[in-house]
Design a protein around this ligand. Structure first.
Ligand code: PEP
Length: 258
């Protein structure tokens, strides 16, 4: 199966970067230069304290916003956590779930990630689920098994239906922040693998699922990566912190959609 959904998606993952002043400058540039996009939805995922700023600056634009994590619980004595309902209060419509930087630095389990995924959906927030293998796993040729297992934790507890309208971001861990992106061939084969896996369980969910690529995307490799079948857009880290560079990536995605 090589279904490619019509509308593309580009997600800026600002990680733990920014300040009120820097964000305002970046967002003002995005608003001015990305209003021309017709086939691409842009989303900015910023640290929690800036959600109010995103809401205030982006609410009447074509750019959506979201967070980089969410609590697995609804409400209660969970010091330091932020619930899906709270994200919704600030107009967030997307949330990144299971980013490898969280999975490794904060010991996030696949079970927690699965709970967060459905918790976001329960509040009308689109989860962006990150999956991907380490360099050792790729060199051992087990990347399909690794990604499959990451997806299975969600499928086994909640079924494949939950992927309808959701986003999966294939992010090989060896490509994140290293300057070494996956080749279009490597990405093509993993994206097809993911689409087929979901399609074999629920064809409709697979048709309504966006699969992003993330890991050292820049304006140069974007041109080759985003024309690959089953790549519905990108999750962009470092290059989303520079307005001109990020906008060039968004334009490459937009052009690939036409
Ligand atoms: C990321 O952290 O999700 C990411 C893709 O980062 P970078 O683009 O910097 O590799």
């Amino acid at each position: 199966m090589t279904k490619q959904t019509q509308q593309k998606l580009v997600v800026a993952n600002w990680k733990m970067h920014g300040s009120l002043k820097q964000n305002e400058a970046l967002l003002t540039d995005f608003i001015e230069n990305l209003s021309i996009l017709n086939h691409t939805q842009v989303v900015v995922c910023a640290p929690y304290p800036y959600l109010a700023q995103l809401q205030s600056l982006l609410q009447h634009t074509n750019i959506a916003w979201g967070a980089q994590n969410v609590a697995k619980n609804e409400v209660g004595a969970f010091t330091g956590e932020v619930s899906a309902a709270m994200l919704k209060d600030f107009g967030a419509s997307y949330v990144i779930i299971g980013h490898s930087e969280r999975a490794t630095a904060y010991c996030e389990s696949d079970e927690n990630i699965a709970t967060k995924f459905v918790q976001a959906q329960k509040h009308g927030i689109t989860p962006i689920l990150c999956v991907g293998e380490t360099l050792i796993e790729r060199e051992a040729g087990v990347m399909g098994m690794v990604v499959s297992k990451q997806l299975d934790t969600i499928i086994n507890t909640h079924g494949a239906t939950v992927f309808a309208g959701a986003v999966i971001s294939y992010e090989p861990i060896w490509a994140i922040g290293t300057g070494l992106a996956a080749t279009p061939e490597q990405a093509k084969s993993m994206h097809l693998f993911i689409r087929n896996k979901i399609s074999n369980l629920n064809a409709d969910a697979a048709n309504h699922l966006k699969i992003l690529y993330g890991g050292s995307v820049n304006p140069q490799n974007a041109v080759q990566l985003f024309v690959v079948p089953n790549i519905d857009g990108g999750l962009i880290g470092k290059c989303s912190l520079n307005a001109q560079v990020f906008e060039a990536i968004c334009l490459a995605v937009e052009n690939s959609a036409q």
